[in-house]
Design a protein around this ligand. Structure first.
Ligand code: RTP
Ligand code: MG
Length: 140
């Protein structure tokens, strides 16, 4: 498996509790490298567009409000098999189902306030990276 890039968000529940460093340590100690990073406060339009895939789901409105409730850290992570590896490091969407040692098991507050986002495939990784970063902001 070749080197891959994936897109990550450290979500508002985690920035609020000052967990940015602890979460980045999980990425780095599991073989992923941060090749782009910025702290932003998403606009409502950005959050709506970013999660548009879920717009018919009952939790969509709450999810958008939550994602703009505080700052987030958007990042590009690079490494072997980075997309699947990041999903493994994150753990299951619902922290109650997340495996020991995963970010969501250790830090998530609820199925919604679950501390991190990670791309779920090659196409979404490309789209999500391009949504937040210009090429010259990514330094491998
Ligand atoms: P993400 O997209 O954030 O990486 O999370 P995921 O793939 O594990 O989960 P997904 O099904 O794509 O859901 C996106 C985010 O929506 C919130 N959510 N709330 N209240 C609920 O039942 C519910 N279900 C999902 C979570 O913040 C989830 O990460
Ligand atoms: Mg998802």
């Amino acid at each position: 498996m070749a080197t891959q890039r994936t897109f990550s968000i450290i979500k508002p529940d985690a920035t609020k509790r000052n967990l940015t460093g602890k979460i980045i340590d999980k990425f780095e100690s599991n073989g992923l490298r941060v090749v782009a990073s910025k702290r932003i406060h998403m606009t409502e339009d950005q959050a709506k567009q970013f999660y548009a895939v879920h717009k018919e789901r009952p939790f969509y409105g709450d999810l958008v409000s939550y994602m703009i409730s505080g700052p987030v850290v958007v990042q590009v992570l690079e490494g072997e098999n980075a997309i699947a590896k990041n999903r493994e490091i994150m753990g299951a969407t619902n922290p109650a189902d997340a495996a020991e040692g995963t970010i969501r098991k250790e830090f998530a507050e609820s199925i919604e306030a679950n501390s991190v986002h990670g791309s779920d495939g090659e196409d979404t990784a490309k789209e999500e990276i391009a949504f937040f970063f210009d090429d010259n902001e990514i330094v491998g």
